[in-house]
Design a protein around this ligand. Structure first.
Ligand code: AMP
Length: 165
């Protein structure tokens, strides 16, 4: 009953513009041990807002792959770089699990904060979901990637507080 009343209230608030509804949510994943924490929060936001979900993983620890596509790496074509193939497999596995269409799975070579915020602007994302660690970065509050994204994002950012790994 309570959930039903909440749903009605959310509906009317959204109708009068008093509630911001996100339409396109971008989940940034690094496939570290805490990835599930961020995934769960992103899914909550997707469900609450009826939003579209996109996934992005930035290749920041392997040399620029030899690609004719620029910095966006095709998820379909095979390469002889084992690390790259592993990253593709990770992203496709998560994408399949969350039913994210292939066109909304992004594997990009570069620096996480730059590529995440650039992609958000290009794809009209209105909420970025990202993890935030206490172990480094801005005064023990934000991870370095999270603080970089917060400073450069063209949209809202949900920084999900992560436990120590
Ligand atoms: P960090 O600042 O490296 O501890 O990362 C904090 C968060 O930034 C992670 O939980 C992810 O949401 C995001 N992130 C970090 N590295 C990457 C990456 N290479 N690709 C996509 N997202 C990333």
């Amino acid at each position: 009953m309570c959930a039903f009343l909440n749903a009605i209230m959310l509906f009317f608030l959204s109708k009068i513009g008093a509630l911001k509804m996100y339409k396109h949510i971008l989940l940034a994943v690094d496939f570290s041990a805490n990835t599930d924490n961020i995934v769960v929060r992103a899914l909550e936001m997707v469900t609450q807002n009826g939003a579209k979900l996109s996934l992005v993983h930035i290749l920041d620890h392997i040399p620029m792959p030899d690609t004719s596509y620029g910095t966006i790496i095709s998820l379909g074509d095979e390469s002889d770089n084992a690390l790259l193939e592993q990253e593709k497999a990770n992203l496709n596995e998560l994408g399949d699990k969350l039913s994210v269409p292939e066109s909304q799975r992004w594997l990009i070579w570069g620096t996480p904060k730059d590529e995440i915020t650039t992609l958000a602007a290009q794809e009209n994302v209105d909420l970025i979901v990202i993890g935030s660690h206490a172990r480094h970065g801005l005064a023990l509050l934000l991870g370095s990637t999270a603080s970089g994204v917060l400073h450069h994002a063209p949209c809202d950012v949900l920084a999900v507080r992560l436990p120590h790994e």
